[in-house]
Design a protein around this ligand. Structure first.
Ligand SMILES: [Zn+2]
Length: 199
């Protein structure tokens, strides 16, 4: 894909984007220094394997899974620490604002090819019958909307820990849940799928 710099500027206005990156870096380093002793070790969120060391960013260690190629942060902040961060961090609020302001452009330029890629991968596995797509960290819901536009999944659930993001998702008509991956369980999937069975 060859996005011109003009298109990239439309997706992420440069000045605000650079400010956001700078804020993220500072707040991540500060957060790590303040709270890392309370972090918890976690296995692969997709398949439960232990994983191997992958990379370190701003102090946060990341692992990758040989089984399913997921990568994730471990040790990572507890749910309470994450909620605290998203409720109070200037960086998180600024990023949310930026997402909401620019996401429609981002959707058309970025998300639709990604959604198609996901669908192509799923179509390769004939034993898999996808009915529900869960968008974790949905932001303004643009990715969920791109999923919805494809009419491939029966149901889409937008999940975000930030209240403002959830409001925007809801206003776009998306099924929305406030929280993180740990707040999801079978009852959540049951609600999202209403009369459909979950597999
Ligand atoms: Zn895995």
């Amino acid at each position: 894909m060859h996005n011109s710099s003009k298109e990239i500027d439309r997706m992420r206005p440069r000045e605000t984007y650079n400010k956001s990156l700078d804020l993220k870096k500072k707040s991540a380093i500060k957060f790590f220094e303040t709270y890392n002793k309370q972090f918890v070790n976690v296995n692969c969120p997709a398949c439960g394997s232990e994983g191997v060391d992958f990379f370190v960013k701003y102090g946060f260690r990341h692992k990758t899974c040989d089984n399913c190629f997921t990568f994730w942060c471990s040790p990572r902040p507890t749910e309470d620490l994450l909620s605290h961060f998203y409720a109070t961090s200037e960086a998180a609020k600024y990023w949310t604002k930026l997402l909401i302001e620019t996401d429609n452009e981002r959707k058309s330029l970025q998300y639709e090819p990604r959604v198609q890629h996901i669908i192509d991968l799923l179509n390769d596995d004939y034993s898999f019958d996808p009915r529900l797509a869960v968008d974790l960290g949905a932001g303004s819901g643009a990715f969920s909307l791109a999923l919805l536009n494809k009419n491939y999944f029966d149901n889409i659930l937008a999940v975000d820990i930030d209240e403002d993001c959830c409001k925007v998702c809801k206003s776009s008509g998306l099924k929305t849940k406030r929280g993180s991956a740990e707040d999801l369980d079978n009852s959540t999937f049951g609600e999202a799928n209403s009369d459909l069975s979950f597999r």
